[in-house]
Design a protein around this ligand. Structure first.
Ligand SMILES: C=CC1=C(C)c2cc3[nH]c(cc4nc(cc5[nH]c(cc1n2)c(C)c5CCC(=O)O)C(CCC(=O)O)=C4C)c(C)c3C=C
Ligand code: FE2
Ligand code: FE2
Length: 331
């Protein structure tokens, strides 16, 4: 791609969901309170949700989730460590491939580094035009739109605001599909091939999809494109949804229930990947790689292998650099 850029200085805000500052109950509580107070995430009317959140969810969930974080914590939360590696690799790639000297700052919608702090660092570096890059291949109001809300809230406190563009989704981008299919192929080369490739996506409530959230359509398109790229027959792959929260029905089929049912149907080995996660985190390293493995093995499964997220792999960074360059073009 040949970029024709004006003289303004460009910057990138690479945004992921968020994670606690420490794997302690009090830090997890602070993070969950910010996350679960977002109306995009939980849309229950506030007079009903506030007492449930503060009186039941936060006191019960925070210590439990802190213990889960302790099992994956390595000096810091993997989501933040990987995000920082992605940001610096992306900055280098933009310079090498496109000749753009463009600072890249990692930010989190909830927790740290916060979006206002990261935007302030970009402006201090002289950046006037910011590409916001939410790390969500599939658009959802619960994630991508929350990034837009948080960026707009940050801008509301700035006198001299930057110009902004945002990547909306990339669920069908050829380089994204190529990176996912490539990660499966190299996993198969190293470990051999299982009976089934499961593509487990983070869920959302069914009601949100009925109200117009296109997220499940995007997930289906990603999964079908990966299956096509790998030339899989319909019985060799399956799309599922993980991480449900609360009582109402979420997108189905559920990952854990599917894994529990597979051995009885003769599927004894599974490779599982999580295409909606741009970086490994609690939901992949603990829920999928550990908890769900136990579910499958206890139900009679024999081999269960988790295929890691794209993280800071060269194909992933290449994809991110092209997504940014596509936004910069003609700006
Ligand atoms: C309460 C409703 C939730 C919705 C809707 C939701 C959507 C959603 N989330 C991600 C990505 C991530 N979620 C992560 C953790 C996490 N998610 C929820 C709840 C909802 N997510 C909770 C309560 C938590 C915290 C852990 C827990 O209490 O179980 C993470 C991991 C963060 C980390 O620190 O490692 C990610 C990433 C997507 C992509 C999505 C909708 C498309
Ligand atoms: Fe598109
Ligand atoms: Fe989540």
């Amino acid at each position: 791609m040949d970029l024709q850029l004006e003289t303004q200085k460009y910057g990138v805000l690479l945004v992921n969901l968020g994670t606690p500052d420490e794997p302690t109950a009090s830090a997890v509580r602070r993070y969950l309170k910010q996350f679960l107070s977002d109306k995009r995430v939980v849309d229950v009317p506030r007079p009903i949700w506030w007492p449930v959140l503060n009186g039941i969810i936060l006191p019960i969930r925070s210590p439990k989730v802190a213990k889960a974080y302790q099992t994956i914590w390595q000096d810091d939360s993997p989501l933040r460590t990987i995000g920082q590696a992605q940001a610096s690799a992306l900055q280098q790639r933009l310079l090498i491939d496109f000749g753009i000297d463009c600072p890249v700052e990692l930010a989190m919608t909830y927790g740290n580094p916060s979006i206002p702090d990261a935007m302030a660092r970009l402006q201090q570096a002289g950046v006037e035009r910011i590409v916001v890059m939410p790390m969500y291949p599939q658009y959802s109001a619960t994630t991508t739109a929350s990034v837009a809300d948080a960026v707009n809230a940050a801008v509301a406190n700035i006198r001299h605001i930057p110009e902004l563009r945002m990547v909306h989704h990339y669920y069908h981008h050829p380089l994204y599909i190529k990176a996912l299919a490539g990660s499966v192929k190299s996993h198969w080369q190293q470990h051999g091939r299982s009976d089934l490739l499961m593509m487990s996506f983070h869920g959302i409530p069914q009601r949100y999809a009925k109200l117009g959230d296109p997220y499940p359509k995007h997930c289906e398109a990603t999964a079908e494109a990966v299956a096509n790229a790998l030339e899989l027959k319909p019985e060799q792959w399956q799309l599922t949804y993980q991480s449900r929260f609360g009582r109402e029905p979420w997108l189905q089929p559920y990952t854990d229930e599917t894994l529990e049912s597979l051995p009885a149907k003769g599927t004894k080995s599974v490779d599982i990947m999580c295409p909606a996660f741009a970086a490994d985190c609690l939901e992949t390293l603990e829920e999928i790689a550990e908890e769900n493995k136990e579910v499958f093995v206890e139900a009679g499964g024999e081999q269960y292998r988790y295929i890691g997220a794209l993280n800071d792999s060269p194909c992933h960074i290449k994809l991110l650099s092209v997504l940014v360059a596509e936004q910069l073009n003609g700006w």
